[in-house]
Design a protein around this ligand. Sequence first.
Ligand code: ZN
Length: 129
Amino acid sequence: MSKTVSKPTEASKKPRRRPWRHPTQRGIKVPYAAAAAISLMEMGITDYDRIAAAVGLNAAEVERIDMAEDKAIRQLCLAGVPYGHYFTLEHQIRCPKCSGMITLAPCVACDAPSAWRPSMPDNVVPSAD
Ligand SMILES: [Zn+2]
């Protein structure tokens, strides 16, 4: 009956330390956290402290990203984060559009209009009739 938990969990790996590569423009490679920060900026969040806390950087690093001094970051800003690509955040942040707390950037609810309909899993049968 006893279950031995010995293998390390995937969650222990910090995703922000790994490089992130643009899926269609392979020449663009930036730190994961930088790409996530750009995604938040594209959502209209301008507060460096809030972005920094959400992606696991500090405000000065976010400011450097916003100024796009790095060539790869400048390329990503121009190319834009690809539609439908989401970044896992270190800490949740409030979406400026729907005011919801999100842990993925950009906001899934605001990104996809279809998400506005109440989610109804297939196995739940409405009680009517
Ligand atoms: Zn939203």
